[in-house]
Ligand binder design. Structure first.
Ligand code: ZN
Length: 150
């Protein structure tokens, strides 16, 4: 699935970046992600949460990009956290020693559901799949997560 993202700003320096899809080898998608991360890590003292709930795969290029964002935040005395990482991605981070560096947290699905709904209200290009409740393109006729026809 193509990489997509939503930005939820609770305040100027309190930001959640919700990623959707795989962070793979697609250079265009990676370049877009880099631009987004550079933008979100620009203001000193920013708290940035990257929500991985809807990410199943991350390439080594993707990991480098996440670490780069972490370093930028750390250097500016901000807070950097990753939420809701899959166990497979967690294992990769653990293997690379990154779990000792980066704070990784988990939250209840109700909580993340609530935050996704907030983002939906402000975005006409997205809708919620009535079967799996994931956020998808409003023009989609088949859900990319559960493959049901809507
Ligand atoms: Zn679905």
């Amino acid at each position: 699935m193509e990489l997509d993202y939503k930005i939820v700003k609770k305040a100027e320096k309190d930001i959640r970046l919700i990623l959707f899809g795989d962070i793979g080898m697609d250079l265009k998608a990676l370049k877009n992600l880099k631009t987004v991360l550079d933008d979100l890590t620009m203001v000193p003292g920013t708290k940035l949460i990257i929500d991985f709930k809807n990410v199943k795969f991350i390439s080594s290029n993707g990991i480098s990009m996440i670490i780069r964002a972490f370093k930028r935040i750390e250097q500016s005395n901000g807070i950097f956290e990753i939420y809701n990482m899959s166990s497979a991605i967690f294992s990769t981070f653990e293997l690379l020693g990154l779990t000792e560096m980066v704070t990784i947290k988990y939250e209840s699905s109700e909580k993340s559901e609530e935050i996704y709904n907030e983002t939906l209200e402000n975005d006409q290009a997205k809708k919620k799949c009535p079967y799996c409740m994931k956020i998808i393109e409003s023009r989609a006729i088949r859900c990319p997560y559960c493959y049901k026809v809507i």
